[in-house]
Design a protein around this ligand. Structure first.
Ligand SMILES: C[S@@+](CC[C@H](N)C(=O)[O-])C[C@H]1O[C@@H](n2cnc3c(N)ncnc32)[C@H](O)[C@@H]1O
Ligand SMILES: [Zn+2]
Ligand SMILES: [Zn+2]
Ligand SMILES: [Zn+2]
Length: 291
């Protein structure tokens, strides 16, 4: 079987139909420093925990000071509202615990057999070849990690016919700061670059930190997903199908002329792909993510 990752992932990535392949790019399972050299996602800056147990537990482990993130490989919601707002810090290279610690999930890589396939109207897409339970980690959105100026330069160089792969993730950190992460898998990336947008997605994105504050953009199953289903997330970052704010509604109306039609096929389709106008002007302070 063809493996789009060329043996770089822990599981082969299938391609359909046989004999066809998406346009070439350099496959990397993990994010890499961008051509601008501003941010290096492979740097190790966190100190590890001192747990000498095989698996870390809350109240003892310094990596779990925000509470336990996972339960049997599934991301745990923060509260009854099923929100996943807790910051996720996995055990890292410097930790004393074992490789099988329950606080190591995203760093283990692909856990399900996935297939890059040709869709009818959206170019290439990604689907699962096996059942995925709600809360499980599916794949990372890996690519070049860029600084703001290089991300803006690349976005401005795109035409409306180009596929946009650049994602912007804004996080409101606990110290009140806003952290922005720009990932571009156009030239170097992993399977995540084939995820299409849906207005009713089956995945949601969570920034997960392992060795440093540069997050891995991890996609988790929002619902049980059966074999053969296309995988998708909401490019706007409204990860749990929350209604739009008035401000978002207004910017949707303003930007419609510039935007691409959405072919997600959902009954609640917003008709257009989300758009991040802030990269074209000054930075704003909204939360969420959008490629
Ligand atoms: C990150 S790429 C996804 C993979 C892409 N389909 C490909 O062939 O490589 C994002 C681009 O895919 C297309 N796309 C993604 N979701 C779409 C949707 N719901 N409707 C129409 N086009 C979509 C748009 O061209 C968008 O700029
Ligand atoms: Zn651990
Ligand atoms: Zn620990
Ligand atoms: Zn849609």
């Amino acid at each position: 079987m063809a493996d789009l990752s060329g043996g770089r992932e822990v599981l082969a990535v299938a391609v359909a139909p046989p004999g066809e392949a998406p346009p070439a790019f350099q496959y990397s399972p993990d994010s890499v420093a961008g051509a601008d050299g501003e941010i290096d996602p492979t740097e190790i800056t966190f100190r590890g925990c001192f747990c000498r147990t095989s698996s870390c537990v809350v109240d003892v482990c310094s990596c779990l000071s925000h509470g336990e993130s996972y339960n049997s490989l599934c991301l745990r919601p923060t509260d009854k509202e099923e929100e996943y707002t807790r910051p996720v810090f996995e055990c890292n290279t410097m930790c004393q615990c074992s490789e099988s610690c329950q606080n190591r999930v995203v760093q283990r890589g692909l856990q399900f057999r996935l297939e890059v396939f040709k869709t009818e109207k959206k170019g290439w897409g990604l689907r699962t070849l096996e059942f995925i339970a709600k809360g499980r980690f599916v794949c990372e959105y890996a690519g070049e990690v860029l600084g703001f100026n290089e991300a803006r330069r690349r976005i401005q160089a795109q035409t409306s016919k180009d596929s946009n792969y650049i994602i912007v993730v804004r996080e409101h950190l606990h110290n009140g700061q806003i952290m922005e992460t720009f990932v571009d898998p156009t030239y170097i990336g992993n399977v995540g670059r084939f995820l299409n947008h849906s207005c009713e997605p089956n995945l949601f994105m969570v920034p997960v930190r392992v060795d440093s504050m540069v997050p891995k953009l991890a996609l988790f199953a929002a619902t049980d997903i059966s074999a053969g289903q296309e995988l998708s997330y909401d490019y706007s970052g409204r990860c749990h199908n929350l209604p739009m704010t008035n401000r978002e509604e207004k910017s949707l109306q303003e930007d419609k002329r510039l935007r691409k039609p959405c072919y997600c096929g959902s009954r609640i389709c917003a008709s257009f792909l989300p758009w991040d106008g802030s990269l074209f002007s000054t930075l704003d302070t909204s939360s969420g993510s959008s490629p």
